[in-house]
Design a protein around this ligand. Structure first.
Ligand code: CTP
Length: 403
């Protein structure tokens, strides 16, 4: 899958901070994704990581000073910023943020940030500092100013700091910064839209230690939530028990049973533009949950479980008077198209996405069949992330079309 960073020209500027070590990995990720990376370093930054390291990883000499005579016109700050699609300052120290807030121009990083064309070369800032420096009113004031001037803030994260203290101010990890940059360059086809996504299996308790679940990994639903968020939607992800990290910027609600899922989804559904039901909901649950663990009694007799039907979450949402655009997922083991068609009509939804369940559970790839009133279309085998992007593009077109 081609990264939205492929072919992008990035200015990556470092100011002084221990977090500079993370930038080496970030440069590697960016270059691998096909971005052209021009590194700039303040003098303080060179105390933490060498320009040689970043030159080797980016494949370009690092710009270290406004007095560098290498450029024929001796105007590095103008040349570099005219040839870039965005500028990221990472790490952005408290001092650098103060400089940006004041519009200072006495060293190469703040000078370039000031000299860049603001429309054509947006500024992103990834702060890195001790938690006391971060929470200081001066830093917060400067940061508010920098954002009011148009910069996008990436992070910071919270956690253990190089100084041994714990709190806010840690620079995001290289992979997180990479993810945020990809998101920044993703076209915002779902801007202003709200999306509700259900994902993963449900868990239906038998007794306090046992239950019935299924092999859904949640990967497809999480990939859809991530792609929708990147496309600018406000995303709520209702997830059954899965061990997957929450995509950046997505609101997550954890649930266990089908009834939990219904209770979480129903109050949210009317405010949504779309509901994408990827969850593998248990059709039945044990009719009664034993209060204590069911024990063997030594006779060899096996317990007999009685079942009761679960509510159909998708059909319930689709039947609401103010229902969002509903997309169902059908996991089948045979007769994909036939079952998908019947299921779409039964649930009264405009679109159903069918896949062969047992072959795809837990894997990173899938092949999908889109079935609507007009017919069907195949999305051939691809990574789930890639399919999620194709589905989101499809959904954006459908939501934009007059209904
Ligand atoms: N679904 C739901 N609530 C249920 C069962 C299913 O919301 N109780 C949703 C799923 O999230 C999915 C779609 O319905 O989007 C189809 O799920 P699937 O399990 O394939 O269909 P079922 O309705 O269970 O039909 P069948 O058991 O006949 O295959």
């Amino acid at each position: 899958m081609q990264s939205p960073l492929n072919g992008r020209r990035l200015l990556l500027a470092l100011s002084g901070g221990i977090a500079a070590y993370k930038v080496a990995e970030l440069v590697r990720l960016l270059v691998k994704a096909g971005a052209e990376v021009q590194v700039l370093m303040s003098e303080a930054a060179t105390q933490f990581i060498t320009p040689v390291t970043l030159q080797a990883l980016s494949g370009r000499p690092v710009v270290l000073s406004q007095w560098d005579a290498a450029a024929p016109n001796a105007m590095q700050h103008i040349n570099t910023s005219r040839a870039a699609d965005a500028m990221l300052i990472a790490p952005a120290s408290a001092d650098m943020i103060a400089r940006l807030a004041q519009g200072r121009a006495d060293e190469i990083v703040s000078l370039t940030a000031l000299a860049r064309p603001r429309e054509g070369c947006p500024l992103l800032v990834a702060p890195a500092m001790n938690r006391e420096m971060w929470s200081h009113p001066a830093t917060q004031r400067n940061l508010a100013q920098v954002q009011a001037d148009g910069a996008t803030l990436l992070g910071p994260g919270c956690g253990e700091q190089a100084c041994g203290e714990v709190g806010d101010g840690r620079m995001l990890e290289a992979a997180e910064l990479f993810d945020a940059l990809e998101a920044f360059f993703t076209p915002k086809r779902l801007a202003g839209r709200r999306l509700l996504v259900s994902a993963g299996p449900t868990y239906e308790a038998i007794d306090p230690v046992r239950g019935i679940t299924n092999r859904s990994s949640g990967k497809m639903g999480f990939a859809i939530a991530r792609a929708a968020q990147r496309a600018g939607a406000q995303v709520t992800l209702v997830a059954g028990p899965v061990a997957l990290p929450t995509p950046r910027g997505v609101t997550r609600i954890d649930i266990e049973s089908a009834r939990d899922l219904l209770a979480a989804v129903l109050p949210l559904a009317p405010q949504q533009d779309a509901f994408i039901a990827t969850a593998a909901v248990a059709d039945w649950r044990p009719a009664a949950v034993a209060e204590h663990k069911i024990k063997k009694d030594g006779s060899g007799a096996t317990p007999v479980l009685a079942f009761t039907e679960n509510p159909d979450v998708l059909a319930t949402v689709a039947a609401l008077p103010d229902a969002p655009y509903c997309v169902g997922f059908a996991a089948e083991s045979e007769k994909l198209l036939e079952h998908a068609r019947a299921k779409r009509l039964r649930k009264n939804i405009p679109l159903i996405v069918a896949n062969l369940g047992p072959a795809t559970f837990g894997r990173d790839t899938n092949a999908l069949l889109l079935v609507d009133a007009a017919g069907h279309r195949e999305l051939p085998l691809a990574a789930k992330d890639e399919l999620a992007e194709q589905l989101i593009a499809e959904l954006a077109t459908r939501l934009d079309a007059p209904r």
